[in-house]
Design a binder for this molecule. Structure first.
Ligand SMILES: [Zn+2]
Length: 326
């Protein structure tokens, strides 16, 4: 039994470490924790800076370049990690017992209105993107626009159609509701929310409503449940709250629509996001990725069968990946 983690910001930390001379941070520090947590694959995203003090274009391409260098280094050193771009490569990695990572972009603010750059990202091996990280940009309105007076822009619609044509994964986490519902009219393939929790359990701009969860299920898509404390519980986030969000989505959207998208940021120093998303990971019993396998045990003790747990742990996301990037 292994876990597919649909949202990891590990690049942010590993690139920072490498730039400080620690080339082996990923293999020496992070990889053992992933193994302990039984996480065998995931979507590793390049995060986009959206605060005004940072040039988001420069930041995006600097980080993309950093990822290219990291990938080359790991390949040269024959690290047991495969950077996959197709479903067949995922199957190969699983058969070899390798960790597999899909490269993604969390927020496309850095391409501004140059949607042709999606081709560049695709050709570099990126197969996943979300349109915004909470902010409003050329493509869409994110979760910071809570009055929902804006959604997907005409440029955003073109970007979505291009991603669909190329065979990419469109991620709706971080969008506001209007953008979300606009996407259900444009995108004809399964929708994923890689790291989103339930608004019915906790009112938060980053969480999604039952109606949204049902729409994701109807598209054949999956919601990855997020282990960030702020999105789990107002006062006392714990692994039990995490399991509650899974239970709730299973109840309203069905077992086939639920997966894992931890969003662990415990390894980032405070303030490194430079923006307003709380990165607190004071989640009792689920403090970092080394504890991930306890989620599987928790599901078992809540009465889920082995085949149900397998679907939540990785099967549902793999089903969608087979459809989107085969
Ligand atoms: Zn995020």
């Amino acid at each position: 039994m292994y876990i597919f983690d649909a949202h990891s910001d590990i690049w942010m930390k590993s690139l920072e470490e490498r730039r400080n001379g620690n080339w082996d941070y990923f293999m020496n520090t992070h990889f053992p924790k992933l193994q302990k947590g039984k996480v065998s694959g995931g979507i590793f995203v390049v995060y986009t800076r959206t605060d005004e003090k940072v040039d988001s274009v420069r930041y995006l391409w600097k980080e993309v370049g950093g990822v290219m260098e990291e990938v080359r280094y790991l390949k040269e050193n024959e690290a047991p990690i495969d950077f996959v771009t197709t479903y067949r490569e995922i199957e190969d990695a699983i058969n070899k017992g390798h960790f597999f990572a899909l490269m993604g972009i969390e927020g496309l603010k850095g391409i501004e209105d140059n949607i042709e750059e999606i081709h560049t990202l695709y050709n570099l091996g990126f197969r996943h993107a979300s349109l915004t990280w909470n902010e409003e940009n050329h493509l869409a309105a994110g979760a910071s626009n809570e009055n929902n007076d804006k959604g997907i822009t005409p440029m955003g619609e073109k970007a979505i159609k291009l991603m669909e044509k190329l065979g990419m994964i469109l991620d709706v986490s971080h969008l506001n509701e209007k953008s979300f519902w606009d996407i259900t009219e444009i995108w004809k393939k399964p929708i994923i929310a890689s790291h989103s929790n339930s608004k019915a359990l906790l009112q938060h701009r980053r969480n999604i409503t039952d109606e949204q969860a049902k729409a994701i299920a109807k598209s054949g898509g999956v919601i990855g449940v997020n282990a960030c404390g702020e999105f789990l519980h107002k006062d006392k986030p714990s692994i039990n709250c995490y399991l509650d969000h899974i239970d709730h989505f299973v109840k309203v959207a069905g077992l086939e629509a639920v997966g894992i998208g931890f969003d662990f940021c415990d390894f980032l120093s405070d303030g490194s996001l430079g923006d307003d998303e709380d990165i607190s990971h004071n989640v009792m019993g689920l403090e970092n990725v080394a504890y991930a396998a306890d989620v599987l045990e928790g599901l078992k003790s809540r009465g889920y069968s082995t085949s149900d747990i397998e679907r939540i742990a990785h099967g549902n996301f793999l089903r969608v990946l087979k459809e989107l990037i085969s």
